[in-house]
Design a protein around this ligand. Structure first.
Ligand SMILES: Nc1ncnc2c1ncn2[C@@H]1O[C@H](COP(=O)(O)OP(=O)(O)OP(=O)(O)O)[C@@H](O)[C@H]1O
Ligand SMILES: [Mg+2]
Length: 291
């Protein structure tokens, strides 16, 4: 029944399968018994997902293998991931892609509920314990995260890992896959994950050379995304960068090689500069208003 192993990075098995009557579907199997719960959450998020702008492959069934590994079967979307698609997409078409994603994120945002700042404080405290003695950039980032008020991070529905690799496009329709249970569910974190790809080029970090056409398209994607965020009063532009900084700092403990470590370091510095630049602008503007 299995025809192709679709791979993946998380250790889960992703198999393209075919039924006796030639119907294709994808089976995602947990990497270990201890990962079962997370994959069950993923299947549940995918099943409950609803949006008028974006789809997700329908979940067909769930179950356990003989080794007690949880799996779920879903519709096979014969398309390409957005990370691949963006490489050659016509430039004039990028805006509609961004708008679809932003519209979806706005629907996440509309599910806002109370903020739980303590979750952020605890997370940052743990990171301080782990990374406090590493280097000056990490220290500066940690201080900024510690001083920041996370009161704008109201809980909402959230994809949890909104990278370009986890969006499939087929006939102009976007599909989200690989939902994740993150430490905190909030739409701002989804935007920061997108920026991690389109602005920091995270998914492309191991490519020997990223094609200039790809970089150009990612830049345009990023500019449109930022414009959309800024044009909506409620969309909290600087908060997205605080979330991005937290995201980068959280990856440090997992950086296994020098290259990844240096990559993260330079991106942390880059994001710190954006936040500081924005703060300067704010101070300048409020000084102007007082005059
Ligand atoms: N329903 C589907 N239809 C078509 N292709 C799929 C489907 N589900 C997964 N894939 C393909 O398999 C790849 C890996 O899937 P997925 O992102 O779920 O795996 P993962 O191992 O959890 O990856 P990650 O490291 O991002 O968590 C996708 O990028 C996509 O190319
Ligand atoms: Mg994935």
């Amino acid at each position: 029944m299995e025809i192709i192993d679709l791979g993946g990075h998380s250790g889960c098995k992703i198999l393209l399968c075919e039924t006796d009557d030639n119907k294709r579907f994808v089976r995602k199997i947990s990497s270990s018994v201890s990962y079962n719960k997370r994959l069950e959450t993923q299947a549940r998020k995918q099943k409950e997902f609803k949006s008028e702008y974006i789809k997700t492959p329908s979940v067909l069934r769930t179950g356990f293998t003989e080794d007690n590994l949880f799996y779920f079967d879903m519709e096979f979307i014969q398309g390409v991931t957005l990370s691949k698609y963006i490489e050659n997409v016509e430039i004039t078409r990028i805006k509609e892609l961004v708008i679809k994603i932003i519209n979806y994120i706005k629907t996440e945002k509309s599910t806002d509920s109370k903020t739980n700042e303590a979750v952020f404080k605890n997370k940052i405290e743990k990171l301080r314990e782990k990374l406090g003695k590493e280097n000056s950039i990490i220290n500066e980032a940690l201080s900024m995260l510690e001083e920041h008020s996370w009161s704008n991070f109201e809980k909402s529905t959230c994809h949890g890992d909104l990278t370009l690799e986890n969006i499939i496009i087929k006939n102009d329709q976007l599909y989200l896959i690989d939902f994740l249970d993150s430490f905190y569910d909030c739409w701002i974190l989804d935007i920061s994950t997108l920026l991690q790809d389109v602005e920091l080029l995270w998914s492309y970090r191991n490519d020997e050379k990223v094609n200039i056409n790809t970089i150009l398209r990612l830049l345009i994607f990023k500019d449109i995304l930022i414009d959309e965020i800024k044009s909506d009063d409620d969309f909290l532009y600087v908060e997205v960068y605080y979330a991005l900084l937290l995201k980068i700092i959280r990856i440090f403990p997992y950086a296994k090689d020098e290259f990844t470590y240096r990559f993260l370091e330079s991106k942390a510095k880059y994001v710190i500069d954006i936040i500081n630049g924005e703060k300067k602008n704010e101070n300048f503007n409020s000084a102007l208003c007082r005059k």
